[in-house]
Ligand binder design. Structure first.
Ligand code: NAD
Length: 498
């Protein structure tokens, strides 16, 4: 958090948008000449028209990425120089932090301060972390007899396709670009159709940072056209996807029906926040529970959407949670006191409201919120919503709502808490609140999720792996050095000495 807050409104007025695809170092119109509109979710109004890339544009971008890879301009560059270029990109993102935050807020509907204080700094830290790793990774020599030298070397996988969701557009793009470029690969990015603006701006900054042409390409467009074309392309070596479990599954099919490209999927979740009966100070817990489900309007893959609370604690905790949720002001993403902005689009608003109806119909009780608000703005706002008396087999407890809706479920003992926590097809994250060291250790081992945070809601930082168990993920881990494994091949060189 910087000391002085920029004048985001003034920045918004003077913005120049990048609206074309970025292929082989140039901004170009779609081959078809078509465009699509990107909408501001807080007003329902058009921000600008964007080049609508489809199969032909994806093909061009993949060709450019392949040529760049084969040329060695990036893949063959000395690690130290690649590190310097990626650090220059991180520095440029930092220089444009306020502008990128404004673009992200306009495109996603999230509070500009969240974008400024969380999303963009996260993208910067991610690029820096992976850049710093570039010249610190060593290959190995394996134990052999004295007449053999066996080297195990890591090589870039080649051309990576990255298909991105709309909830953290720049942060997730950086999560792909960091390790992909660190490994010497080239990348073709397809941002979500709802949120293309920051990826295109990043492409501009990458060129300024001196990253060679063709190494980073951005093809804005729709999933079924541009996304599918990248997924099915025979010259893409690896496809890294973040988004819904349903669409993630399509990429496995695309790979099976094309070239068996490596597929990495970061998918949805239905993460529990478990509160044991030994906790005393509720204030910090309640704050974390709110962050878990209300931050980013609940449009967060690791959102703590199920509140699992010991039956002896329920009334006291729920009262405190309700009181705290009331302090989360929903409103104009550019207002300084706004904590929750708009949902991404009208279709998603209807989906979230549909889940709230389903919860009521199944017999759960709304104890806070439950409605669309600020209709007069033309935007897609929903107030913080809490359900009590939820059973874990209800739709609202099993399906990812991706909105600010918390389902409260009680348990009687630790074993039941673990059973309910694991009783979902997802396994992305979980939070556990307890003062008991034994419970903290034992329960965090028993929960089937990629990240378990204890006495906080957190995904950790750049240095730890992130990914899902069960239907929350497939094929690898983002962040940390494990992310580098995803975008490299391991080769054995076995030499007979004479
Ligand atoms: P989505 O799956 O609808 O879309 C994601 C991307 O896939 C978009 O770029 C979209 O254009 C593309 N796409 C859609 N249909 C396609 C198709 N048929 N072929 C190829 N590409 C296609 O997801 P979303 O609505 O953008 O994002 C929300 C989902 O993302 C949630 O389920 C959320 O949990 C998940 N998510 C997961 C993580 C994680 O790291 N695990 C992070 C953020 C979001």
């Amino acid at each position: 958090m910087t000391a002085t807050v920029p004048d985001f409104g003034a920045i918004a007025k003077s913005l120049a948008f990048e609206t074309k695809a970025f292929i082989n170092g140039e901004f170009v119109s779609a081959a078809s000449g078509k465009t699509f509109e990107t909408i501001n979710p807080a007003t329902g109004k058009v921000i600008t028209a964007i080049a609508e890339g489809d199969k032909e544009d994806a093909n061009r971008a993949i060709r450019a990425a392949r040529n760049a890879f084969e040329s060695g301009a990036w893949s063959g560059m000395a690690p130290r120089d690649r590190k310097a270029a990626l650090l220059r990109l991180a520095a440029l993102v930092e220089k444009h932090q306020a502008e990128l935050a404004v673009l992200e807020s306009l495109d996603t509907g999230k509070p500009v301060l969240d974008a400024y204080n969380a999303d963009i700094p996260d993208a910067i830290a991610t690029l820096q972390w992976h850049a710093e790793a570039i010249d610190k990774i060593y290959d190995t020599i394996s134990p052999t007899s004295s007449d053999i030298v066996s080297m195990v070397v890591r090589e870039p996988i080649g051309v990576v396709g990255a298909v991105i969701p709309w909830n953290f557009p720049l942060a997730i793009t950086a999560m792909k670009i960091g390790p992909v470029l660190a490994g010497g690969n080239s990348i073709v990015i397809k941002p979500a159709e709802q949120t293309p603006l920051t990826a295109l701006k990043l492409a501009r900054l990458a060129a300024e940072a001196g990253i060679p042409e063709g190494v980073i390409n951005v093809v804005p467009g729709f999933g079924e056209t541009a996304g599918q074309a990248i997924g099915r392309h025979a010259d893409v070596d690896c496809l890294s996807f973040t988004g819904s479990t349903e669409v993630g599954g399509y990429f496995l099919k695309y790979a099976a029906e094309s070239n068996l490209k490596r597929v990495i999927l970061e998918l949805g979740g239905k993460s529990p926040a478990i509160v044991m009966d030994d906790v005393d100070d509720l204030d910090p817990i309640v704050e974390q529970i709110a962050m878990g489900i209300l931050f980013s309007q609940g449009e967060n893959c690791s959102a703590g959407s199920r509140l699992l609370v010991h039956e002896a604690m329920k009334d006291r905790l729920l009262e405190a949670v309700i009181a705290h949720f009331k302090t989360w002001k929903v409103g104009d993403p550019f207002a300084a006191d706004t904590k929750m902005g708009a949902l991404i689009e009208e279709k998603h608003l209807d989906r979230v409201l549909g889940y709230i109806d389903a919860g009521r119909r199944e017999g759960a009780s709304v104890v806070l919120g439950g409605n669309q608000v600020l209709k007069e703005t033309g935007g897609y706002f929903v107030e913080p919503t809490i359900f009590d008396n939820v059973r874990n087999d209800m739709k609202i407890a099993q399906e990812e709502i991706f909105g600010p809706v918390l389902s409260t479920i009680t348990f009687k003992d630790v074993d039941e808490a673990v059973k309910i926590a694991n009783d979902t097809k997802y396994g992305l994250a979980a939070s556990l609140y307890t003062n008991d060291l034994h419970i903290a250790h034992k329960v965090s081992r028993k929960i089937r999720a990629g990240t378990v945070s204890v006495n906080c809601f957190s995904e950790g930082d750049q240095a730890v792996p992130f990914g899902g168990f069960k239907q929350s993920g497939f094929g690898g881990r983002e962040k940390s050095l494990l992310a580098h494994d995803q975008y490299s091949q391991v080769k054995t060189i076995w030499m007979q000495l004479r």
